[in-house]
Design a protein around this ligand. Structure first.
Ligand code: AHM
Ligand code: MG
Length: 336
Protein backbone atom coordinates (compact mmCIF):
# COMPACT_ATOMS: atom_id res chain seq x y z
CA UNK A 1 0.00 0.00 0.00
CA UNK A 2 1.60 3.22 -1.15
CA UNK A 3 0.03 5.36 1.58
CA UNK A 4 1.68 3.09 4.12
CA UNK A 5 4.95 3.28 2.26
CA UNK A 6 4.80 7.05 2.49
CA UNK A 7 4.39 6.95 6.22
CA UNK A 8 7.11 4.42 6.89
CA UNK A 9 9.65 5.03 4.15
CA UNK A 10 10.61 8.61 4.89
CA UNK A 11 12.43 10.46 2.15
CA UNK A 12 14.29 13.11 4.12
CA UNK A 13 15.96 15.95 2.30
CA UNK A 14 19.42 14.57 3.14
CA UNK A 15 18.50 11.13 1.83
CA UNK A 16 17.09 12.74 -1.30
CA UNK A 17 20.23 14.77 -2.01
CA UNK A 18 22.50 11.78 -1.28
CA UNK A 19 20.45 9.73 -3.77
CA UNK A 20 20.82 12.46 -6.37
CA UNK A 21 24.55 12.67 -5.76
CA UNK A 22 25.11 8.95 -6.13
CA UNK A 23 23.91 9.34 -9.73
CA UNK A 24 26.83 11.72 -10.37
CA UNK A 25 30.18 9.96 -10.04
CA UNK A 26 32.14 13.23 -9.87
CA UNK A 27 30.39 14.39 -6.69
CA UNK A 28 32.21 14.07 -3.39
CA UNK A 29 29.41 14.90 -0.99
CA UNK A 30 30.32 18.57 -0.54
CA UNK A 31 26.92 19.76 -1.71
CA UNK A 32 25.14 17.46 0.75
CA UNK A 33 27.19 18.91 3.58
CA UNK A 34 26.55 22.49 2.45
CA UNK A 35 22.82 21.83 2.13
CA UNK A 36 22.61 20.26 5.59
CA UNK A 37 24.02 23.50 7.02
CA UNK A 38 21.45 25.56 5.11
CA UNK A 39 18.71 23.23 6.36
CA UNK A 40 19.97 23.64 9.93
CA UNK A 41 19.75 27.42 9.55
CA UNK A 42 16.18 27.12 8.27
CA UNK A 43 15.16 24.88 11.17
CA UNK A 44 16.60 27.39 13.60
CA UNK A 45 14.77 30.29 11.96
CA UNK A 46 11.55 28.27 11.82
CA UNK A 47 11.73 27.58 15.52
CA UNK A 48 12.63 31.21 16.30
CA UNK A 49 9.76 32.48 14.13
CA UNK A 50 7.30 30.15 15.85
CA UNK A 51 8.44 31.34 19.26
CA UNK A 52 8.74 35.00 18.31
CA UNK A 53 5.43 36.14 19.74
CA UNK A 54 6.06 34.42 23.05
CA UNK A 55 9.72 35.11 23.42
CA UNK A 56 9.22 38.79 22.73
CA UNK A 57 11.82 38.57 20.04
CA UNK A 58 9.56 40.80 18.01
CA UNK A 59 10.43 44.42 17.69
CA UNK A 60 13.06 46.75 16.41
CA UNK A 61 16.61 46.12 17.41
CA UNK A 62 17.47 49.74 16.80
CA UNK A 63 19.75 49.00 13.90
CA UNK A 64 19.31 49.89 10.24
CA UNK A 65 20.35 47.48 7.48
CA UNK A 66 22.21 48.35 4.28
CA UNK A 67 19.05 49.22 2.39
CA UNK A 68 18.21 51.76 5.08
CA UNK A 69 15.27 49.80 6.44
CA UNK A 70 14.70 49.25 10.11
CA UNK A 71 15.99 45.84 11.04
CA UNK A 72 14.03 43.50 13.26
CA UNK A 73 15.66 41.30 15.86
CA UNK A 74 14.69 38.16 14.00
CA UNK A 75 16.48 39.40 10.87
CA UNK A 76 19.71 39.89 12.77
CA UNK A 77 19.43 36.57 14.51
CA UNK A 78 18.67 34.71 11.27
CA UNK A 79 21.55 36.36 9.46
CA UNK A 80 24.00 35.43 12.21
CA UNK A 81 22.83 31.85 12.25
CA UNK A 82 23.19 31.47 8.49
CA UNK A 83 26.59 33.17 8.30
CA UNK A 84 27.93 30.94 11.06
CA UNK A 85 26.37 27.74 9.72
CA UNK A 86 27.60 28.42 6.18
CA UNK A 87 31.10 29.39 7.26
CA UNK A 88 31.50 26.42 9.59
CA UNK A 89 30.35 24.01 6.87
CA UNK A 90 33.83 24.35 5.38
CA UNK A 91 32.21 24.27 1.95
CA UNK A 92 31.73 27.97 1.26
CA UNK A 93 33.98 30.65 -0.12
CA UNK A 94 31.93 33.85 -0.53
CA UNK A 95 28.68 34.75 1.23
CA UNK A 96 26.35 37.54 0.14
CA UNK A 97 23.52 38.33 2.54
CA UNK A 98 20.82 40.94 2.20
CA UNK A 99 21.68 42.04 5.72
CA UNK A 100 25.38 42.66 5.09
CA UNK A 101 26.58 45.54 2.97
CA UNK A 102 29.79 43.77 1.99
CA UNK A 103 30.28 40.21 0.79
CA UNK A 104 31.94 37.90 3.33
CA UNK A 105 35.08 36.12 2.13
CA UNK A 106 35.44 32.98 4.21
CA UNK A 107 38.75 32.49 5.99
CA UNK A 108 41.09 30.44 3.74
CA UNK A 109 41.37 27.69 6.35
CA UNK A 110 37.60 27.05 6.10
CA UNK A 111 37.12 27.64 2.39
CA UNK A 112 35.19 25.40 0.05
CA UNK A 113 34.06 25.74 -3.55
CA UNK A 114 30.56 27.17 -3.12
CA UNK A 115 29.32 30.77 -2.98
CA UNK A 116 25.98 31.30 -1.26
CA UNK A 117 23.78 34.36 -1.84
CA UNK A 118 20.84 34.62 0.54
CA UNK A 119 18.13 36.66 2.19
CA UNK A 120 18.01 35.13 5.67
CA UNK A 121 14.53 36.42 6.53
CA UNK A 122 12.53 37.95 3.73
CA UNK A 123 9.20 39.70 4.17
CA UNK A 124 10.16 41.50 7.35
CA UNK A 125 7.07 43.72 7.27
CA UNK A 126 5.07 40.55 7.97
CA UNK A 127 6.99 39.39 11.06
CA UNK A 128 5.02 41.26 13.70
CA UNK A 129 1.60 40.09 12.51
CA UNK A 130 2.47 36.41 12.14
CA UNK A 131 2.09 36.27 8.35
CA UNK A 132 4.34 33.93 6.31
CA UNK A 133 7.98 34.90 5.84
CA UNK A 134 10.90 33.00 4.38
CA UNK A 135 14.57 32.43 3.63
CA UNK A 136 15.79 32.55 0.01
CA UNK A 137 19.13 31.27 -1.27
CA UNK A 138 21.14 30.64 -4.42
CA UNK A 139 24.39 28.74 -4.83
CA UNK A 140 27.24 29.36 -7.27
CA UNK A 141 30.48 27.47 -7.75
CA UNK A 142 33.67 29.50 -7.34
CA UNK A 143 36.24 29.39 -10.16
CA UNK A 144 39.29 29.17 -7.93
CA UNK A 145 38.76 29.22 -4.18
CA UNK A 146 42.25 30.54 -3.51
CA UNK A 147 41.69 33.48 -5.86
CA UNK A 148 38.02 34.17 -5.12
CA UNK A 149 36.76 37.60 -6.19
CA UNK A 150 33.38 39.33 -6.33
CA UNK A 151 33.22 38.25 -9.99
CA UNK A 152 32.42 34.78 -8.69
CA UNK A 153 29.06 36.00 -7.39
CA UNK A 154 28.38 38.63 -10.06
CA UNK A 155 27.34 35.92 -12.47
CA UNK A 156 24.06 35.52 -14.34
CA UNK A 157 21.45 33.46 -12.51
CA UNK A 158 21.62 30.69 -15.12
CA UNK A 159 25.07 29.83 -13.68
CA UNK A 160 23.61 28.93 -10.29
CA UNK A 161 24.08 25.27 -9.39
CA UNK A 162 21.15 25.27 -6.99
CA UNK A 163 18.52 27.57 -5.53
CA UNK A 164 15.71 27.33 -3.05
CA UNK A 165 13.67 28.84 -0.28
CA UNK A 166 12.16 27.92 3.03
CA UNK A 167 8.72 29.26 3.88
CA UNK A 168 7.77 29.77 7.51
CA UNK A 169 4.01 29.61 7.08
CA UNK A 170 1.18 27.61 8.56
CA UNK A 171 3.75 24.84 8.08
CA UNK A 172 7.41 24.99 7.22
CA UNK A 173 8.24 24.11 3.61
CA UNK A 174 11.68 23.81 1.98
CA UNK A 175 11.71 24.03 -1.82
CA UNK A 176 14.87 23.11 -3.69
CA UNK A 177 16.20 22.78 -7.20
CA UNK A 178 19.65 21.52 -8.08
CA UNK A 179 18.93 22.03 -11.77
CA UNK A 180 16.94 18.80 -12.22
CA UNK A 181 13.41 19.93 -11.43
CA UNK A 182 11.93 21.27 -8.21
CA UNK A 183 11.08 19.36 -5.03
CA UNK A 184 9.23 20.42 -1.90
CA UNK A 185 9.96 19.09 1.60
CA UNK A 186 7.75 19.71 4.62
CA UNK A 187 9.18 19.94 8.11
CA UNK A 188 7.88 17.26 10.44
CA UNK A 189 8.35 19.18 13.68
CA UNK A 190 8.26 16.03 15.79
CA UNK A 191 11.15 14.53 13.81
CA UNK A 192 12.95 17.78 13.05
CA UNK A 193 13.32 16.50 9.48
CA UNK A 194 12.18 17.84 6.12
CA UNK A 195 10.27 15.07 4.35
CA UNK A 196 9.65 14.98 0.59
CA UNK A 197 5.98 15.86 0.19
CA UNK A 198 5.94 17.63 -3.20
CA UNK A 199 8.09 15.67 -5.65
CA UNK A 200 8.82 17.17 -9.06
CA UNK A 201 6.72 20.33 -8.78
CA UNK A 202 5.44 21.64 -12.11
CA UNK A 203 3.71 25.01 -12.31
CA UNK A 204 0.36 25.03 -14.18
CA UNK A 205 0.88 26.29 -17.75
CA UNK A 206 -1.63 29.08 -17.18
CA UNK A 207 -3.00 30.48 -13.94
CA UNK A 208 -6.02 32.31 -12.59
CA UNK A 209 -4.20 34.52 -10.06
CA UNK A 210 -2.12 37.68 -10.35
CA UNK A 211 0.00 38.98 -7.49
CA UNK A 212 1.27 42.54 -7.32
CA UNK A 213 1.33 45.56 -5.01
CA UNK A 214 -1.38 47.52 -6.79
CA UNK A 215 -0.82 50.50 -4.52
CA UNK A 216 2.05 51.39 -6.84
CA UNK A 217 -0.20 51.49 -9.93
CA UNK A 218 -0.05 55.24 -10.46
CA UNK A 219 3.67 54.97 -11.15
CA UNK A 220 3.62 51.88 -13.41
CA UNK A 221 4.80 51.86 -17.01
CA UNK A 222 2.46 51.10 -19.93
CA UNK A 223 2.97 47.32 -20.30
CA UNK A 224 2.52 46.60 -16.58
CA UNK A 225 -0.60 48.80 -16.41
CA UNK A 226 -2.06 47.18 -19.54
CA UNK A 227 -1.36 43.69 -18.23
CA UNK A 228 -3.04 44.26 -14.86
CA UNK A 229 -6.00 45.91 -16.57
CA UNK A 230 -6.35 42.76 -18.72
CA UNK A 231 -6.27 40.59 -15.58
CA UNK A 232 -9.29 42.50 -14.25
CA UNK A 233 -11.16 43.25 -17.47
CA UNK A 234 -10.25 40.50 -19.95
CA UNK A 235 -11.45 41.30 -23.46
CA UNK A 236 -11.27 37.73 -24.81
CA UNK A 237 -14.31 36.46 -22.90
CA UNK A 238 -12.25 34.71 -20.20
CA UNK A 239 -12.96 35.25 -16.49
CA UNK A 240 -11.08 37.93 -14.58
CA UNK A 241 -8.13 36.71 -12.53
CA UNK A 242 -8.12 36.73 -8.73
CA UNK A 243 -5.72 38.98 -6.86
CA UNK A 244 -3.58 37.51 -4.07
CA UNK A 245 -0.75 39.49 -2.50
CA UNK A 246 0.86 38.50 0.79
CA UNK A 247 3.76 40.92 0.54
CA UNK A 248 6.25 38.17 1.37
CA UNK A 249 8.00 37.08 -1.80
CA UNK A 250 8.45 33.51 -0.58
CA UNK A 251 4.75 33.07 0.15
CA UNK A 252 3.63 34.79 -3.06
CA UNK A 253 6.05 32.74 -5.16
CA UNK A 254 5.20 29.49 -3.37
CA UNK A 255 1.50 29.95 -4.08
CA UNK A 256 2.31 30.85 -7.68
CA UNK A 257 4.40 27.71 -8.06
CA UNK A 258 1.67 25.43 -6.70
CA UNK A 259 -1.51 27.09 -8.00
CA UNK A 260 -0.15 28.86 -11.10
CA UNK A 261 -0.48 32.50 -12.07
CA UNK A 262 1.90 35.40 -12.13
CA UNK A 263 3.87 37.38 -9.56
CA UNK A 264 4.98 40.88 -10.52
CA UNK A 265 7.30 43.37 -8.89
CA UNK A 266 7.61 45.79 -11.78
CA UNK A 267 9.63 48.94 -12.22
CA UNK A 268 7.80 52.16 -11.47
CA UNK A 269 8.57 55.85 -11.78
CA UNK A 270 9.80 56.01 -8.19
CA UNK A 271 11.81 52.74 -8.39
CA UNK A 272 13.07 52.35 -11.95
CA UNK A 273 14.72 49.04 -11.01
CA UNK A 274 11.80 47.74 -8.98
CA UNK A 275 12.39 46.66 -5.39
CA UNK A 276 13.59 43.10 -5.36
CA UNK A 277 17.28 42.20 -5.24
CA UNK A 278 18.78 40.34 -8.16
CA UNK A 279 21.19 37.96 -6.45
CA UNK A 280 19.18 36.61 -3.56
CA UNK A 281 15.54 37.29 -4.51
CA UNK A 282 15.11 37.49 -8.29
CA UNK A 283 17.63 34.84 -9.36
CA UNK A 284 16.73 32.00 -6.98
CA UNK A 285 13.00 32.42 -7.64
CA UNK A 286 13.56 32.66 -11.40
CA UNK A 287 15.71 29.52 -11.30
CA UNK A 288 12.94 27.61 -9.49
CA UNK A 289 10.25 28.93 -11.86
CA UNK A 290 12.14 27.78 -14.95
CA UNK A 291 12.91 24.43 -13.35
CA UNK A 292 9.18 24.00 -12.68
CA UNK A 293 8.28 24.81 -16.30
CA UNK A 294 7.42 28.48 -15.83
CA UNK A 295 9.23 31.63 -16.91
CA UNK A 296 10.86 34.69 -15.37
CA UNK A 297 11.25 37.99 -17.22
CA UNK A 298 12.68 41.36 -16.20
CA UNK A 299 10.73 43.51 -18.65
CA UNK A 300 13.74 43.41 -20.97
CA UNK A 301 15.18 39.90 -20.94
CA UNK A 302 15.05 36.42 -19.46
CA UNK A 303 15.78 37.08 -15.78
CA UNK A 304 18.46 34.39 -15.53
CA UNK A 305 20.46 36.05 -18.35
CA UNK A 306 20.88 39.27 -16.40
CA UNK A 307 24.50 39.97 -15.43
CA UNK A 308 24.59 41.80 -12.09
CA UNK A 309 27.22 44.49 -11.57
CA UNK A 310 26.65 45.04 -7.82
CA UNK A 311 25.82 42.52 -5.13
CA UNK A 312 22.73 44.39 -3.91
CA UNK A 313 21.44 45.30 -7.39
CA UNK A 314 17.66 45.36 -7.97
CA UNK A 315 15.58 44.38 -10.97
CA UNK A 316 11.94 44.39 -12.00
CA UNK A 317 10.57 40.83 -12.14
CA UNK A 318 7.60 39.05 -13.70
CA UNK A 319 7.49 35.34 -12.99
CA UNK A 320 5.09 32.44 -12.99
CA UNK A 321 3.07 30.28 -15.36
CA UNK A 322 4.52 29.97 -18.85
CA UNK A 323 1.54 31.40 -20.72
CA UNK A 324 0.97 34.27 -18.30
CA UNK A 325 4.59 35.45 -18.54
CA UNK A 326 4.39 35.02 -22.32
CA UNK A 327 1.58 37.60 -22.31
CA UNK A 328 3.54 40.23 -20.43
CA UNK A 329 6.56 39.61 -22.66
CA UNK A 330 4.40 40.34 -25.69
CA UNK A 331 3.19 43.62 -24.15
CA UNK A 332 6.76 44.75 -23.44
CA UNK A 333 7.84 43.72 -26.95
CA UNK A 334 5.01 45.84 -28.39
CA UNK A 335 5.78 48.71 -25.98
CA UNK A 336 2.15 48.86 -24.86
P1 AHM B 1 12.24 42.90 2.60
O1 AHM B 1 13.54 42.29 2.11
O2 AHM B 1 12.43 44.23 3.26
O3 AHM B 1 11.46 41.94 3.43
O4 AHM B 1 11.42 43.25 1.28
C1 AHM B 1 11.17 42.24 0.35
C2 AHM B 1 9.70 42.01 0.27
C3 AHM B 1 9.33 40.81 -0.55
O5 AHM B 1 9.20 39.67 0.24
C4 AHM B 1 8.00 41.21 -1.12
O6 AHM B 1 7.76 40.57 -2.35
C5 AHM B 1 8.14 42.68 -1.29
O7 AHM B 1 9.12 43.10 -0.38
C6 AHM B 1 6.89 43.44 -1.00
O8 AHM B 1 7.12 44.80 -1.20
P2 AHM B 1 5.97 45.89 -1.07
O9 AHM B 1 5.69 46.05 0.37
O10 AHM B 1 6.56 47.12 -1.71
O11 AHM B 1 4.79 45.39 -1.84
MG1 MG C 1 14.34 40.67 1.60
Amino acid sequence: HSADAHRTDLMTITRYVLNEQSKRPESRGDFTILLSHIVLGCKFVCSAVNKAGLAKLIGLAGEVNVQGEEQKKLDILSNEVFVKALTSSGRTCILVSEEDEEATFVDPSLRGKYCVVFDPLDGSSNIDCGVSIGTIFGIYMVKDKDEATLEDVLQPGKNMVAAGYCMYGSFCEFVLSTGYGVNGFTLDPSLGEFILTHPDIKIPKKGKIYSVNEGNAKNWDGPTATYVEKCKFPKDGSSPKSLRYVGSMVADVHRTLLYGGIFLYPADKKSPNGKLRVLYEVFPMSFLMEQAGGQAFTGKERALDLVPTKIHERSPIFLGSYDDVEEIKALYAAGE
